[in-house]
Design a protein around this ligand. Structure first.
Ligand code: FAD
Length: 378
């Protein structure tokens, strides 16, 4: 058996035993899955893509995407607990000073430190160069002031990679933007937000009021590179959101297939009606295509170099597939799909996040088109 298969089997066992039986109740109660997080630590998921030298599993993006698909097919919120954490870790591992890597990566790999990325603000998400959170140099420290919005893991986690302005006057604006690692400390106040879906995992408003962090927490040798650093990390983020899309789309298909065999109308299972068969065929084709695009993007990421077009295509297609399949699953289940007693109701509430998070699908189309024009080939 390959190393990859051993890991995937361990993930499947964990999902069947420790996640599936509890997902529905925790999600409906919007309760943080503390026991599940402890099991994830033991499995090494918080270090999935972190290199061996820092105590991580050192998995390829291709294997990681397969894990994310599996987790999201059972409960998408659980994938959010380690996905945004690993985007932060990718930015540290790629760009931070060696001593910063030594300080943080081993504790991030075990899950002792857990967190995510804080980019979005109340007044801007897509247009990140418009952020207003500032970090002012004060001796050997930075003082951070500002507000971030919709930040996953900001309440239950203990560290964030925060996109800040270190030079508000810089032109172009991205030259004044930096990425700073901020551990929870005085002046950091996170307030959990309520959401349509993706419950259980915390998403918060975070106010930074004179939060002091050592200047050594800056990612990179000097300020002014934050936007490029986080955009590089977001390629992995988009691959994992694509994988989440495949997971939700697959779960919606599997539930629909089961239901189509047992629900009868007009004397036969609804799966025998061509109108339902057409839905199932389209749903299955979208899962397969989404998975192939996601693996294609993950392999491009693993080869190194630029992969924003591949990641954008995968994210766009697979997340629209999740929206489509969740909607079709609801229709196939008739009234029963409209009840929280049925998992397809959750897929219907979870899927819309995927077309917004890690860059909206409108933005993905812009990225794909720009790359097409720049590369001059498909
Ligand atoms: C549950 C949840 C969790 C999240 N977790 C995080 C997190 O951990 N960290 C984090 O930093 N953020 C997080 N976000 C925020 C998310 O990344 C942003 O919502 C997203 O980037 C979009 O930004 P916005 O909501 O401000 O929309 P806006 O940027 O205001 O966009 C509004 C609309 O305009 C469209 N639009 C914008 N610009 C253009 C353009 N140039 N051309 C065409 N259309 C355009 C958008 O596609 C969208 O349809 C989370 C959001 C949610 C809902």
């Amino acid at each position: 058996m390959s190393d990859e298969q051993i890991i995937l089997d361990a993930v499947d066992k964990f999902l069947a035993k420790d996640v599936k039986p509890y997902a529905r109740d925790l999600e409906l109660a919007d309760e943080y899955p503390t026991d599940i997080v402890e099991k994830m630590k033991a499995l090494g998921l918080f270090g999935a893509t972190i290199g061996h030298q820092y105590g991580g599993l050192g998995l390829s993006a291709a294997t990681y995407a397969k894990i994310v698909e599996r987790v999201s097919a059972v409960w998408m919120s659980v994938s959010g607990i380690f996905n945004s954490h690993l985007i932060m870790c990718a930015a540290i591992e790629k760009f931070a000073h060696p001593s910063t890597k030594e300080t943080f990566l081993p504790r991030l790999a075990t899950g002792e430190l857990r967190g995510g990325i804080a980019l979005t603000e109340p007044d801007c998400g897509t247009d990140l160069q418009a952020i207003r959170t500032r970090a002012d140099r004060c001796g050997d420290d930075y003082l951070i002031n500002g507000t971030k919005q919709w930040i996953t893991n900001a309440v239950q986690g203990n560290i964030l990679a925060v996109l800040v302005k270190t030079d508000a006057q810089a032109q172009p604006r991205h030259r004044g933007m930096s990425l700073l690692l901020v551990e929870k400390s005085a002046g950091y106040v996170a307030t959990k937000l309520s959401k349509l879906g993706y419950r259980g995992v915390d998403t918060a408003e975070v106010v930074f009021a004179d939060v002091r962090v050592p200047a050594t927490n800056l990612i990179g040798e000097r300020p002014g590179r934050g936007l490029q650093q986080i955009l590089a990390g977001l390629a992995l983020g988009r691959i994992n959101v694509a994988a989440r899309g495949v997971g939700v789309a697959r779960a919606a298909l599997e539930a629909s297939l089961e239901y189509a065999k047992v629900r009868t109308t007009f004397g036969q299972p609804i799966g025998q009606h061509q109108a339902i068969q057409i839905k199932l065929a389209d749903m299955a084709t979208k899962v397969e295509a989404g998975r192939l695009l996601t693996q294609n993007a993950a392999q491009a990421y693993d080869r190194g170099g630029r992969c924003d077009m591949e990641a954008g295509m995968a994210k766009l297609f697979a997340t629209e597939a999740a929206m489509h399949n969740a909607n079709e699953a609801l229709r196939i289940h008739g009234a029963y799909g409209y009840s929280p007693d049925n998992e397809v109701e959750r897929y219907y509430r979870d899927a819309p996040l995927l077309v917004v998070g890690e860059g909206t699908n409108e933005l993905q189309r812009i990225i794909i088109a720009r790359q097409l024009l720049e590369r001059g080939e498909v």
